[in-house]
Design a protein around this ligand. Structure first.
Ligand code: GLN
Length: 168
């Protein structure tokens, strides 16, 4: 769990409810020996500054294991920051906090309850990135090379589907 800023405690609770042990990552050494990584929602500029400050950018790019990025985590994974996933994103694309909404999505044939809070959408997808779900014609769940990025917060609605993907 990248634990620099954002909703990492709620994600940790979901991982633990699924029987996984979550380790808080705040330094490059923290990545050693992990089976997977979550970059949580929060504030992408703050998370990106923390990544720079701790020298985590290259270690994250070299991580190699499966990664789940949600909301701000999706932005950080994209071209504007780490470039681990070949997507460009538009921040706050659905509007301000008061425009937050929940919706049921179909992900891999399962119903997923998704909360969008100042959420981004995906503006452009590169080769090798697959769009899994859209809202209003905009991609909000994408996957490429074992990196899954979604624009919403699964942890707020108690959704476990994405965490189960990571563990699998
Ligand atoms: N608007 C935030 C950003 O741009 C993301 C919001 C969120 O993670 N809920 O970083």
């Amino acid at each position: 769990m990248l634990a620099l800023q954002g909703d990492f405690e709620a994600h940790t609770a979901i991982l633990e409810s699924l029987g996984a042990a979550a380790i808080m990552v705040r330094t490059p050494a923290g990545l050693d020996g992990l089976d997977g990584l979550i970059i949580p929602g929060g504030e992408s500029t703050t998370i990106a500054l923390g990544i720079e400050r701790e020298g985590l950018a290259d270690p994250l790019r070299e991580f190699g294991g499966p990664i789940l990025g949600t909301c701000a985590g999706m932005i950080v994974l994209g071209r504007e920051h780490l470039g681990i996933l070949d997507i460009s994103t538009r921040r706050n694309a659905f509007g301000r906090q008061v425009r937050s909404f929940e919706v049921d999505l179909d992900l891999w044939g399962e119903r997923v309850r998704a909360a969008f809070i100042r959420a981004p959408w995906v503006e452009e997808v590169g080769d090798g990135v697959e769009v899994l779900a859209e809202v209003d014609g905009h991609p909000i769940a994408v996957i490429g090379n074992n990196v899954l990025a979604v624009a919403f917060h699964p942890e707020i609605t108690g959704e476990t589907r994405l965490h189960r993907w990571l563990l699998a």
